[in-house]
Design a protein around this ligand. Structure first.
Ligand code: ADP
Length: 202
């Protein structure tokens, strides 16, 4: 399959908005790696690295790990050769300073983010999923109080990315309250404008 260009995507949405599920479709469809900063941090904790000590308190409280730590993690990850044909960032950027740092580091690599998919699910619906449909997640920070904190942190610190990427004309707002298949089809439709780029699979 010829690689005509890169498909560099950001997928963002509140905890429980369905990013993991939709990333899986995109990985399959475009044949590009997913970079999940949450997964990277959990792997560090699993391995008991020195970084784990620095991040565990924030994670367990449902708060954000400091920007400089996250920016270094992503900078390192984007140097890996498997990102050459594109990538899907999931969980980063989560603040405007992270988004600015990402733009700078990609520019240094001669790359850019093409599209940002925002999976929009309202706070009430997220809480509703949490309370009425049982556990949203399957992790220690799934405790209802911590999960509610993660949602609030999303709304205060991460939601400003809507304007950040909106003003760059990269934002695609997708209704994350529809069915998994409807959300998937909507995302794929919006990425069709990237046709001819990337290694889209038939
Ligand atoms: P969520 O389900 O909340 O989207 P993630 O798996 O993406 O969860 O992240 C889990 C935790 O890891 C976050 O609550 C936060 O403490 C930390 N984390 C992950 N990515 C970032 C980031 N880009 N900036 C700051 N903290 C992060």
């Amino acid at each position: 399959m010829p690689a005509i260009g890169n498909v560099n995507l950001v997928l963002f949405g509140a905890p429980g908005s369905g990013k993991g599920t939709q990333s899986a479709f995109l990985i399959e469809r475009y044949g590009i790696p997913q970079i999940s900063t949450g997964d990277i941090l959990r792997a560090q904790r699993q391995a008991g690295t020195p970084l784990a000590d620095r991040v565990q308190g924030y994670m367990d409280r449902g708060e954000l790990v400091p920007d400089e730590v996250m920016i270094e993690i992503v900078r390192e990850r984007l140097r890996q050769p498997d990102t050459a044909g594109g990538f899907i960032l999931d969980g980063f950027p989560r603040t405007v300073p992270q988004a600015e740092a990402l733009d700078r580091m990609l520019a240094d690599l001669g790359k850019r983010i093409e599209k940002v998919i925002y999976l929009q699910v309202g706070r009430e619906a997220l809480i509703d999923r949490l309370v009425h449909r049982g556990r949203l997640f399957d992790r220690p920070d799934d405790d209802p109080t911590v999960a509610a904190r993660r949602i609030d942190v999303f709304l205060s610190d991460t939601a400003p990315l809507i304007d950040y990427y909106g003003s760059q004309h990269k934002l695609e707002k997708v209704d994350g309250q529809l069915s998994i298949e409807q959300v998937r089809d909507d995302i794929l439709r919006r990425l069709n404008s990237l046709n001819g780029q990337g290694r889209r699979r038939p």
